[in-house]
Design a protein around this ligand. Sequence first.
Ligand code: PLP
Length: 350
Amino acid sequence: MIYARPPIAAMKGYVPGAQPDPSQKYIKLNSNENPYPPSPRVKEILQRLNYDDLRIYPDPLALELREKLGRLYGFPANQIICGNGSDDILNIIIRTFAQPGEAIGFYEPTFPLYRVQGVIHGVQNLAVPLADPFDRPPAPPAQAKVFFLPNPNSPVGFMYPLSLVRSLARQVQGVFVVDEAYAEFSPENALGLVGEMENVIVTRTVSKSYSLAGVRLGYAIGSEPLIREMFKVKDPFNVNRLTQAVVAAALEDQDYFRKNIAAVAETREWFTAEARTLGYRIIPSQGNFVFPRPPEKGRGVRFFQSLFDRKVLTRFYDEEGLRDGVRMTIGTPEDMRITLQVMKDILKIF
Ligand SMILES: *Cc1c(COP(=O)(O)O)cnc(C)c1O
């Protein structure tokens, strides 16, 4: 007897990056986590939190946090909504703006969660393939009620300039979502479009840029009418009390944040140049990860496995356009030095 709804029973479900036992000593470059610890202010706030407060529900509106984000980016709190990670935000977006049976859209390669969430919600997924090297996107499907553009792209790392994002956003009738999970590692972002166009939503997360993947906080910034509707859809207490306090503290330490981001970007540029010298092909990345491809095509699985056997954990995507390489998070300079040495050694066996 199958109890699940047919689309659920038929799908594989989203597969997150493996989280190996820390005693296994992998160099963990598979989930785009930040290699540096969060701000010391996070440690302080954790020590000061009153455990008795945990009896009480968190603020359902996360108002203090939204006001803080608003001051940081120049938006009123009523244009911001917080979620339990940006995964939660993406889910709220689909459920708010697309009716089951209607369509959502995205280019491929892309972040695989959009498709999975689309299936769960019973919408049609319109996947528009991008031709390698991915820099000339065709028009997004006009009938999509929601179109997702991860910018910088995941899992490849390339980034579309703001002028291109603007012209793509103008071509959809529905909501145009710029998923900026990695925008803090790049020189540009699309927040300016939110003021220009009522159908643009920018989503962000503290998972990567603030080293807080473990606390689960994402947010969306958009025009007030869109954000207002999203508030009706979200779970009432979707951001817990600890997360609201921890993220508020982390946001206050902008110096630490900037240094952290600069360190990751510097390592990324150095690593990219070195890997290319070895013969790997890498499209320039604006995220905290790269997508190196060995010189010969179709070697992604072997590349992944060879790295894995030498304790370097990366991500292989068995998908069109992605089978030549792996996605590799930028770790500390030491992590990446070791990884480069491994990449040099294994080139001989390809
Ligand atoms: C990591 C990631 C997310 C999810 O971020 P969380 O806030 O950890 O849920 C969303 N979109 C893209 C493109 C990502 O890479």
